[in-house]
Write a protein that binds this ligand. Structure first.
Ligand code: ADP
Ligand code: AMP
Length: 219
C-alpha cells in the first residue's frame, strides 16, 4: 500500500524546508501544489493563467481545479506505487475529502499528518525574509538558512528570488486564509488519530529530527 504523508502548517511554518530534508531521508517523492502552480505560471499554461490571480492575492485556487491537478499527479506510477510527501495540499476540508477518495482509488492511505506549529507573529518575519530558488524551489533565509554563496542556490547555482506573494500585504491575507480554510484540518486529522504536532519554532535540524521520529514511529 502506498503511504502518503501530509505536511500541515501555516505559510512559513517550514513545510518546504522540511519536505526537502524528509523526502531525501525517507526516499519519498515531494509534491508541492504551490510549486506545481508556479511552474504552470512560468510556462504560461492554461492552469497557470487560471491560478495567477488567486496566487497574487494570496487566495486559494478553487478546489475543483486543485483537486484535478493533484489527482493527475498522484495517478503517475512513482506515487501510485511509492506514495509521496504532500506539501501545501490539502488546504480545505473539500480537498481533504477529495484526497481520501483519490487514495482509495489507488489503494493508498494517509500514514500521518505532521502539523508544524508556528505562531502567526513568527510567520511574517520568516516569509518577508524568504528567498527561493526559481529552479528547484528550495527556500532560504538570511538568518536561519543562508545559502553558501549569498543570493545563489546551493543546488543549482540559480539566482534566488523573492516570491511576489511574500510581500507583507499578501502574507497577511495568506495567514487569514489559512486560519479560515486550512486550520480546521487539524481537527479533521486529529479525529482520525493521525495528526502529530511538532514545535516548528525550533531550529531547522531539531524540527527535522522530531518529524523523522514521529513519521518513522508510524511506518
Ligand atoms: P512553508 O513551505 O511552510 O511556507 P518554508 O519552508 O518556505 O515554509 O519556510 C519559510 C521561511 O522560513 C524560509 O525562509 C525558511 O528558510 C525559513 N525557515 C524554515 N524553517 C525554519 C525554522 N525552523 N526556523 C527558522 N526559519 C525557518
Ligand atoms: P504555497 O507555495 O504552498 O505557499 O502556495 C502558493 C499559492 O498557491 C497559494 O497562496 C495558493 O494561491 C496556491 N495554492 C497552493 N496550494 C494550494 C491548494 N492546495 N489549494 C488552493 N490553492 C493552492
Amino acid at each position: 500500500m502506498a503511504n502518503f504523508i501530509v505536511l500541515l502548517g501555516p505559510p512559513g511554518a517550514g513545510k518546504g524546508t522540511q519536505a526537502e530534508i524528509l523526502s531525501e531521508n525517507l526516499n519519498l517523492v515531494h509534491i508541492s501544489t504551490g510549486d506545481i502552480f508556479r511552474e504552470n505560471l512560468r510556462n504560461e499554461t492554461e492552469l497557470g493563467l487560471l491560478a495567477k490571480g488567486y496566487m497574487a492575492k494570496g487566495e486559494l485556487v478553487p478546489d475543483d481545479v486543485t483537486n484535478e491537478m493533484v489527482r493527475d499527479r498522484i495517478s503517475r506510477e512513482d506515487t501510485r506505487e511509492g506514495g509521496a510527501l504532500l506539501d501545501g495540499y490539502p488546504r480545505t476540508p473539500d480537498q481533504a475529502q477529495a484526497l481520501a477518495a483519490m487514495l482509495e482509488d489507488i489503494d493508498g492511505k494517509v500514514l500521518c499528518v505532521p502539523y508544524i506549529a508556528v505562531p502567526a507573529s513568527v510567520l511574517v518575519e520568516r516569509l518577508s525574509g524568504r528567498w527561493t530558488c526559481p529552479v528547484c524551489s528550495t527556500p532560504y533565509h538570511p538568518v536561519s538558512k543562508p545559502p553558501k554563496v549569498a543570493g545563489i542556490c546551493d543546488h543549482d547555482g540559480a539566482a534566488l528570488v523573492q516570491r511576489e506573494d511574500d510581500k507583507p500585504a499578501t502574507v497577511k491575507n495568506r495567514i487569514d486564509v489559512y486560519m479560515e480554510n486550512t486550520a480546521p484540518l487539524i481537527d479533521f486529522y486529529q479525529k482520525q488519530n493521525i495528526l502529530v504536532e511538532v514545535d516548528g519554532t525550533q531550529d531547522i535540524d531539531q524540527v527535522s529530527a522530531d518529524l523523522l521520529r514521529a513519521i518513522k514511529a508510524r511506518m
